[in-house]
Design a protein around this ligand. Structure first.
Ligand code: UVW
Length: 321
């Protein structure tokens, strides 16, 4: 994404934007996930009614490719050992002749459904909680994904189906919405977005990847999503939202149509408020079920992989209704 003239710097756009730095101590690395206390876990568990389970990860390493931020490469799974090795006499011999299959994966840590580390993005040489950007060099030593993975994410999740609210299967490229739209959609769904809820937003965008040739998906790549405003940022702060989960690759509209800045919410929410970002989920089946049974709030459970120094890590979030 090239430099565009007359676009302000993030430091100008966000000069008065609120921060949660220091709120949970100078060493904190999990930010707004601190809102998810044991009481919030119990509140989440209290949402379970039928025992229906939904998994929100997209398939990883599909031969036809996975949805991914342009410029990254899709995950590659490589067979290292399988039946063919034994057929040609190259399989290892174990006492008792146990045979096995092995494989390995080469992937971007943001190359599937994932949690971003809070230090994944920055401006002005500081990441979340004021840690120096230098701490990202050669592997993150501060605000990596590891503390999020060690904590785990459990609470009351609420799904807002923006696509359904706008009577679409998929929001249009570049289509935006804000917190007022989220609340209007919630009211129509008959659910309330409550303080400390894990906020899950469906646009239909990731689902659309599986309905078209990938060249078409990436052509003129502009995602739909939340768009920056000071009021939206204040709403996230006041609602003490711990975690934003969407079925887009970047959790926000690609280019803010007002300022022209790319991905300003990554900085305003993740870097400054410590809101955890979960991206590239698939929400279509869950949304259809919620529309059918009218239950839009549920228990949400997730823990990314414990990648030491990772800027993010794959995850398969689980929703239980
Ligand atoms: C970028 O890093 C550009 O975005 P994401 O957080 O979606 O991986």
């Amino acid at each position: 994404m090239g430099e565009v003239k007359d676009v302000p710097l993030l430091s100008e756009l966000l000069k008065d934007s609120p921060k949660n730095w220091g709120k949970w101590g100078a060493d904190d690395e999990v930010g707004s996930l601190n809102y998810l206390t044991s009481l919030e876990v119990i509140r989440g568990v209290g949402m379970v009614r039928s025992g229906k389970v939904f998994t929100l990860q997209v398939p990883m390493g599909a031969p036809e490719g996975d949805p991914i931020w342009p410029g990254r490469r899709t995950a590659q799974r490589v067979n290292v050992m399988d039946h063919s090795h034994y057929q040609c006499g190259k399989g290892p011999h174990f006492p008792g002749e146990l045979h096995y299959a092995d494989d390995m994966m080469i992937m971007y840590l943001q190359g599937s459904t994932q949690y971003d580390a809070l230090g994944h993005v920055w401006y002005d040489d500081q990441i979340y909680n004021g840690f120096e950007a230098e701490t990202t060099t050669g592997g993150m030593t501060k605000a990596s994904v590891l503390p999020i993975a060690e904590k785990g994410v459990v609470g009351r999740g609420v799904l807002i189906d923006m696509a359904r609210y706008r009577l679409k299967n998929v929001l249009d490229r570049g289509e935006t919405f804000d917190h007022e739209d989220l609340m209007a959609a919630a009211a129509q769904q008959g659910v309330e977005i409550k303080k400390h809820d894990i906020l899950i937003i469906r646009t239909g965008f990731i689902g659309s990847f599986y309905t078209m040739p990938s060249d078409n998906f990436y052509d003129n790549f502009v995602e739909p999503g939340l768009t920056y405003s000071p009021e939206l940022v204040s709403w996230f702060k006041d609602m003490e939202i711990p975690n934003l989960v969407t079925d887009t690759i970047a959790n926000e509209v690609t280019i803010d149509p007002v300022s022209g800045i790319a991905l300003p919410l990554h900085s305003a929410l993740m870097r400054n408020l410590g809101v955890a970002f979960t991206e590239i989920t698939i929400l279509d089946e869950l949304a259809d079920d919620c529309a059918a049974d009218g239950q839009w709030a549920f228990l949400y459970v997730a823990a990314p992989l414990k990648v030491v120094g990772g800027s993010g890590a794959p995850v398969n979030p689980v929703v239980i209704k």
